[in-house]
Design a protein around this ligand. Structure first.
Ligand code: GDP
Length: 291
């Protein structure tokens, strides 16, 4: 019989405390995620559901305007997503190619997701963290001035393609904007754009380059808040609430729930993997598939 589904919502997870103990492991089929499940029960929600964990720090009775559970997978769902991101001879995860123009991009039938953000936002670090279960994958970084900025394509088994878009600065060169715009506008198999914002400084003028593109082309996109390990809890809460307000009032195509992550502590990485697996059509979570 298949492993029993673990349907712990995070509220229960917090409440269960020590009860979780070693019993949790019985539900897990993924080797990598088993290690996460072995964490002390106070650390586990912080690592896996950082946004919901933040909610614990609001004054009791106050109603934070955060959307916490639109995407609300079980730990079992998250464990299943981990296997999609785990390299093996039968699940090859690898760098495919780079392109400076869309007509040089691999013609793929698989669903695609792309990661976009200004230089230094933590994009390479995040992609490396997402691929930590495929240590052979080399995430290429071309930051030196004068180096051509390219789109880098990675194949994740038979499941989907992940595209690392070039980072942009305030004065994004025209050819760069053309490349990114054309990709975002015309890539038929693009399922979701992940737009990275540095949680330490919040949304900057330069971030609007990408936000405006996504809005103009009516793309479905998701805001990922990077480097959450760097701030105090109070500062992070303030930034998260500000960004949530921006998403709620100023955007149309942005997924309402924010995805805070740290490439250092791995907080939020497992949930993000699960979301990617879901929106690329590879994993139903709690019986639900976002299109
Ligand atoms: P990119 O230009 O967007 O690819 O950014 P990088 O991934 O190269 O990161 C820029 C800087 O931020 C580097 O010094 C990273 O070590 C640092 N960094 C990236 N992600 C994190 C994070 O989650 N936490 C912390 N503390 N530093 C990070």
């Amino acid at each position: 019989m298949a492993a029993r589904r673990l349907r712990l919502d995070v509220g229960r997870l917090f409440a269960m405390g020590a009860e979780l103990g070693s019993g949790r492991r019985a539900y897990c089929t993924s080797k990598a995620f088993a290690e996460v499940l072995r964490l002390p029960s106070k650390q586990l929600p912080k690592l896996v559901f950082p946004l919901q964990e933040l909610e614990q720090h609001f004054v009791p009775g106050s109603r934070p305007d955060l959307h916490l559970k639109i995407f609300d997978p079980s730990l079992d769902d998250i464990a299943r997503a981990e296997s999609i991101f785990t390299a093996s001879p039968r699940n090859r995860i690898e760098y495919l190619s780079s392109a400076v123009r869309l007509d040089h991009a691999p013609d793929l039938r698989r669903p695609e997701v792309c990661f976009i953000g200004r230089s230094n936002v933590g994009k390479s670090s995040l992609i490396k963290a997402l691929f930590s279960l495929a240590p052979e994958v080399e995430v290429r970084v071309s930051k030196k001035p004068g180096h051509t900025k390219k789109m880098n394509f990675f194949k994740v088994g038979k499941y989907f393609t992940l595209v690392d878009m070039p980072g942009y600065g305030y004065r994004a060169p025209e050819d760069f904007v053309d490349m990114v715009e054309t990709y975002l506008k015309e890539r038929k198999n693009l399922m979701r754009t992940f737009l990275l914002v540095d949680s330490v400084v919040g949304i900057q003028k330069t971030d609007n380059i990408a936000i405006e593109m996504c809005e103009e082309f009516a793309l479905p996109y998701v805001m990922v808040l990077t480097k959450i390990d760097k701030s105090s809890k109070g500062h992070l809460l303030k930034q998260v609430l500000q960004i949530q307000k921006f998403v709620d009032t100023k955007t149309q195509g942005c997924f309402p729930q924010l995805f805070p992550v740290s490439a250092v502590t791995y907080s939020g990485i497992h949930l993000l993997r699960c979301f990617i697996a879901n929106i690329t059509g590879n994993l139903e979570t709690n019986g639900f598939q976002f299109s």
